[in-house]
Design a protein around this ligand. Structure first.
Ligand SMILES: Cc1ncc(COP(=O)(O)O)c(C=O)c1O
Length: 268
């Protein structure tokens, strides 16, 4: 079971396992959390594995403890293994620390949480991360990891230990950097008349496309006429249609300039 919209790489695992994907929609009216009551019992009973990811790429939504408690109950009832991708686990705004799936009681009975050092420590490309949780799932991961990768270069492991065990002030600075950019982007978008919701975490913003455009048409318009690159929501799944994803990956001034250029198109 996979979120739609969702991080496209989950599909690679599904393909390698020769499994069948079943997508569940993440809707704004549900704060981009799945509505388990809206998924058929048949689909839930057939499912072996469910991917979740909060703070969420691409919607930038965050999960609550109540939602994860409910997830544990659903997983137990239907015998589903939950894989919570906590890639943006450090990146929560407004003083709120993102909720870990493992905070829920008995979460370890039903699943694991995966973490990557690429976001929190800007170690993208180092290919280092870890998983925590259910022992039998960890054993399986260990087995496949052993055959696919054998091991990770020792220096990268040492660097990862240093990042995780050292002073975390750099992480706080990183989150502040993204939050400052988030604030600048949201303010600038609102000032051109774009009705947007502020991201609660991650380094993405998920903004609604104005009426009259598909997400691809709108992304093309911004690229060709305003020279601003955004990702069309449809690339993350059918339910991503109607949105674009913007990266908080440049200085506040550049994000403001991008919104000014979009504003000059006069579509809002
Ligand atoms: C939701 C999510 N999960 C996992 C990853 C994987 O991160 P990496 O391959 O850099 O460890 C990313 C990176 O973009 C992501 O957005």
């Amino acid at each position: 079971m996979l979120p739609d919209p969702g991080y496209p790489d989950y599909m690679s695992g599904i393909a390698l396992a020769d499994a069948k994907p079943h997508f569940f929609p993440l809707l704004e009216k549900n704060h981009f959390l799945p509505d388990y009551d809206a998924i058929s019992d048949e689909a839930l009973n057939l499912s072996k594995l469910m991917f979740l990811n909060y703070p969420n790429n691409p919607t930038s939504a965050v999960a609550t403890r109540e939602f994860f408690d409910e997830t544990v109950n659903v997983a137990k009832k239907h015998n589903i293994c939950v894989v919570h991708d906590f890639a943006y686990g450090a990146i929560g705004f407004d003083g709120k620390k993102p909720t870990s799936f493992l905070e829920s009681e008995r979460a370890k009975d039903v699943g694991i949480e995966m973490y990557t050092l690429s976001k929190t420590y800007n170690m993208a490309g180092w290919r280092v991360g870890f998983a925590v949780g259910n022992p039998s799932v960890i054993d399986s991961l260990n087995l496949i990891q052993d055959h696919l990768y054998v091991s990770l270069f020792g220096a990268v492991q040492e660097a990862a230990a240093e990042a995780l065990l050292g002073n975390q002030s750099a992480v706080n600075e990183l989150v502040e950097t993204y939050e400052t950019r988030r604030n600048a982007l949201v303010r600038a978008a609102q000032s051109i008349g774009w009705d947007v919701t502020a991201p609660k975490g991650t380094f993405f913003a998920w903004f609604k496309v104005p009426d009259g455009y598909t997400s691809e048409e709108f992304a093309d318009l911004l690229l060709n006429e305003a020279h601003v690159v955004v990702a069309p929501g449809k690339g993350f799944g059918e339910t991503g249609e109607g949105y674009v994803r913007i990266g908080l990956l440049d200085e506040p001034e550049r994000l403001e300039e991008a919104m000014e250029r979009v504003g000059r198109l006069g579509v809002f």
